[in-house]
Write a protein that binds this ligand. Sequence first.
Ligand SMILES: [Zn+2]
Length: 129
Amino acid sequence: MSEARARLDALPNLYPHLFQGGPLPWGFEVGDGWSDLIATLCVRIDSILREAPGAQFEILQVKEKFGALRFYYEIDGVEESISEAVLEAVMLAGKASVHICERCGRPGDHGSKEGWLFTRCAVCQAGDP
Ligand SMILES: [Zn+2]
């Protein structure tokens, strides 16, 4: 297992209150290159939820779709300002994901090949899909 993958798999243990339903049923369905992005997002959400001790929060699914990060979650028991702050953090991470190679984490471009959308750096794009 890569270091990046181990880091992802450790997140439910590091932030149990973000994974109130336990580890993700299908794991993190993204390439290793986005591990920093996702870890940073968890840190950000964690700090937002510190302002909302009664928050119920559960990350449901984290995956790649159309070459971008999709981060599905449920939030309850918080004021609107908190849920808006979380939504903004999630949307920013989604926007950032299309500039980060999903495979290796270097700066990448959103591209397509034969109808398949992805985000890759030039090195990874030159290699296997
Ligand atoms: Zn790459």
